[in-house]
Design a protein around this ligand. Structure first.
Ligand SMILES: [Zn+2]
Length: 164
């Protein structure tokens, strides 16, 4: 495989609103956000928030917390803790960047792409499987069903455009 185009995470600026890539990214972000806030989406913030809240309330009842203690715990432990918010922000920005990169590759006439795991970090089986797909068509999904990284929060995989 010869990689003619390598789009790192900073390769595509997302300031191209109005052009084809900007439109594509906007549509992609809207789709992902719809998934994030839908109760049965596979990355649903609503479902994980419900779970976190119900866990806390059950604990508060069992341990006889005061309302103030519970409120503090909710602030610190729900899906909207600073850490969780940061993780969501990182993942969603990365997804938007790769959607932009994929759009840029398509516009540049790149016909194939490959999934590249980071040899320096622990790679999950699903990401490894995507890498094992080798070179696939630019519009085809990888084994996981995704078209580009990230596959999951904290995914550090890269997308490589391939020219023959
Ligand atoms: Zn990954």
């Amino acid at each position: 495989m010869s990689a003619a185009y390598v789009f790192g995470s900073n390769a595509v600026a997302l300031d191209g609103a109005g052009n084809d890539i900007g439109t594509r990214v906007a549509e992609y972000v809207q789709e992902r956000i719809a998934n994030l806030i839908s109760i049965d989406g596979n990355m649903s913030v609503v479902a994980s928030t419900q779970q976190a809240l119900s866990d806390l309330i059950i604990k508060a009842v069992a341990e006889e917390w005061t309302p103030i203690e519970l409120a503090r715990a909710i602030e610190q432990d729900t899906a909207f803790s600073a850490e969780r918010a940061e993780l969501i922000a990182d993942t969603e920005l990365s997804a938007a960047e790769y959607a932009g990169a994929l759009g840029a590759m398509t516009e540049a006439g790149v016909e194939q792409k490959a999934w590249e795991t980071d040899p320096e970090s622990d790679t999950c089986d699903d990401c490894a499987e995507n890498e094992d797909d080798g070179d696939i068509g630019i519009d085809e999904p990888f084994s996981s069903g995704d078209f580009a990284p990230p596959l999951h929060p904290r995914c550090v995989c890269d997308l490589v455009g391939v020219s023959n």
